[in-house]
Ligand binder design. Structure first.
Ligand code: ZN
Length: 261
């Protein structure tokens, strides 16, 4: 009898070991939308439009045939307003393996340029706190900013569980973009690497999966803004994030294999 129980208990582990790596589900979040334009450049380029275009491009590249396949779910696929709490809810309900939120940066210093990759941290320094504050300004999100709100504490705990994986995913995306953009000799593709940072982004802290927020470039910098008007640049950018996602999958797959053994 005891032997039978042992055999039954060990079955799931055996099955897990024999399973092929499962398909990966990535939630792509196009920042802002609808009446929330996000940052707006002097020329009138709106962050919400750039993030949507890049999200659609990223989905296309992520879903290119690969084994096992990677599927992408968008938090919005058109120009509509989606509250932060709904983005979190949709991602968690979809049981994604990775959440990527796309944004464009803004700064009073017009010379500031380049990309920054963020993962969640409830504190952060003054500079990153300013970026998070701008991104967190959204109607209906005020209640969730209050640190004494039980929902905030729940959300805070949710992402803390994944801080190591989120940090690793950020490193992979940053390294990939650094290689393809920052180190590119072609000026039309070159984009400064500002590194991996941590900040208190509301859209990240409730996520029950590894999560990353990418400030893709500065809309307040003319050179960055111009690049996001060029198809080749945007395609290369999205393809590079998609490559990074495949690397992240391999990293996570390896980890879960080790855990099963
Ligand atoms: Zn934004």
């Amino acid at each position: 009898m005891i032997r039978k129980i042992i055999i039954l208990l060990s079955l799931p582990a055996v099955l897990l070991c024999q399973q092929a790596p499962k398909a990966m589900k990535v939630i792509i979040d196009a920042g802002h939308g609808g009446y929330d334009a996000g940052a707006v450049s002097d020329n009138g380029t709106k962050e919400k439009d750039v993030t949507l275009e890049m999200a659609l491009l990223l989905k296309k590249h992520i879903e290119e045939p690969s084994e096992p396949p990677v599927t992408a779910i968008l938090t919005r696929s058109d120009d509509k307003f989606v509250p932060l709490i709904e983005r979190v809810g949709l991602a968690n309900k979809s049981e994604g393996d990775l959440f990527i939120s796309l944004h464009m940066n803004a700064s009073p210093a017009k010379r500031d340029s380049g990309f920054e990759v963020y993962f969640y941290d409830s504190t952060g320094d003054a500079e990153t706190a300013a970026v998070a504050k701008r991104e967190n300004e959204q109607e209906g999100s005020a209640d969730y900013k209050d640190k004494s709100n039980p929902l905030f504490i729940l959300w805070d705990l949710a992402q803390n569980e994944f801080s190591k994986e989120s940090s690793e995913a950020s490193d992979v995306i940053q390294a990939a973009l650094d290689g393809v953009l920052n180190r590119n000799a072609d000026a039309s593709l070159k984009l400064r690497d500002r590194g991996v940072k941590q900040a208190n982004f509301l859209v990240l802290n409730g996520m029950k999966m590894p999560s990353v927020l990418l400030e893709m470039g500065f809309l307040t910098n003319r050179s960055d803004e111009d690049k996001f008007k060029k198809t080749e640049f945007k395609e290369r950018y999205a393809a590079t994030i998609a490559d990074a996602v495949r690397q992240i999958r391999q990293k996570f797959d390896k980890k879960s294999e080790t855990r099963v053994r």
